[in-house]
Design a protein around this ligand. Structure first.
Ligand SMILES: Nc1ncnc2c1ncn2[C@@H]1O[C@H](COP(=O)(O)OP(=O)(O)OP(=O)(O)O)[C@@H](O)[C@H]1O
Ligand SMILES: [Mg+2]
Length: 328
């Protein structure tokens, strides 16, 4: 039987199974996805895929033989939300609208080695270098502030697409800091097998930035971070989105052991240290908990820095490959 005959037979089988099949006259809708690839949106029936499906849409495309009702449930494209960019600047966060602010300049320096490692342009290849966890020894050192600014700063690069994951599931704050209403996310993927990453990933008006919210609160949220489901999800992210830089906001290392387990799956860990506040022994202890991570960078936050108009607060940047120096 020729390929054409096989295809015709398959279509006939689908028709008999009650699955409506598009004729050649039906065009479907072409919708750009955040991966920049056009994919065919199909709300009612499977059809032959002409263009390459974007990563988020693979599940829908793979459901060609599933009943129509199942196919219809899987959204072909991730939902899009709008971040109020002016409000970001008002909250002290970096805004793509103000690319020449002092904060933007500081993050330009901070992101460079992280991008080099993520893209395999560092001194040595870093396994899973595109998975970057932002953490700290204790609470309130500036993890979320750093993770959000880093994500926006990297998304403004011509070549890089970013996914910001709010993995600080016991204390999520990314959506709130961005002024976005609560939404499903990571915890929903971890607790409900029918929820795919693509269903809850949010595309944004910052073209190359998508966000994975922490999701619906769960009594055992913290434990879930170290679960087999989380390991599987991180593996899926690493293989499904190898060309994206994925930034994880996460709980403090000395307050939850789960955060350390998560760190074990990352290529790079940024340890935010609040200047003149965190005890040296805590920083040292935190570094010991992430010893196995290939790249550790220490970021001194709210250090006094000399700016053009005198002393201001901002980022000092100290980092080291291998073991971060406690004096940084
Ligand atoms: N460099 C900075 N410049 C200005 N404000 C900052 C800076 N770093 C942190 N902040 C502010 O300090 C507060 C605490 O920061 P953030 O929420 O990022 O800390 P965190 O480590 O994520 O805290 P938690 O452990 O509670 O999640 C926030 O209001 C944040 O906007
Ligand atoms: Mg936080």
């Amino acid at each position: 039987m020729s390929l054409i005959e096989q295809a015709a037979k398959r279509l006939e089988q689908l028709r008999k199974a009650g699955v409506p099949v598009r004729g050649p006259e039906s065009d479907g809708g072409l919708v750009p996805t955040d991966a920049g690839v056009e994919t065919r949106v199909q709300s009612d029936a499977p059809s032959l895929q002409v263009s390459t499906p974007a990563p988020e849409t693979r599940v829908a495309a793979a459901n060609v033989t599933a009943p129509a009702s199942v196919v219809a449930q899987a959204p072909a494209v991730s939902r899009r939300i709008d971040i109020d960019l002016q409000a970001l600047a008002a909250r002290g966060l970096m805004s793509p609208d103000a690319p020449r602010s002092q904060l933007a300049d500081q993050f330009r320096v901070i992101k460079r080695p992280l991008i080099a490692n993520a893209m395999g342009r560092g001194v040595a290849a870093v396994k899973r270098g595109n998975l970057i966890m932002v953490t700290s020894a204790l609470a309130g050192e500036g993890k979320s502030f750093t993770a959000i600014n880093l994500a926006i700063s990297i998304a403004m690069e011509l070549d890089n697409t970013v996914m910001l994951v709010d993995a600080d599931v016991p204390k999520p704050s990314v959506l709130k800091m961005l002024g976005v209403p609560p939404a499903r996310g990571l915890l929903d993927v971890l607790t409900d097998q029918s929820v795919e990453l693509s269903h809850v990933l949010l595309r944004t008006n910052v073209e190359k930035l998508s966000i994975l919210p922490s999701g619906t609160q769960h009594a055992r949220a913290t434990e879930l971070l170290a679960s087999a489901a989380m390991v599987q999800t991180v593996d899926e992210m690493a293989s499904r989105y190898p060309d994206r830089i994925i930034i994880f906001d996460s709980p403090p290392l000395l307050m939850t052991t789960e955060s350390r387990v998560l760190a074990g799956h990352m290529g790079q860990v940024v340890l935010v240290v609040r200047a003149e506040s965190t005890a040296r022994s805590d920083v040292k202890h935190a570094l010991m908990t992430i010893e196995s991570c290939p790249v550790k960078l220490m970021l001194l936050n709210q250090a006094r820095t000399v700016s053009q108009d005198g002393y201001g607060y901002g980022y000092g940047y100290g980092y080291g490959y291998g073991y971060g120096s406690e004096g940084a």
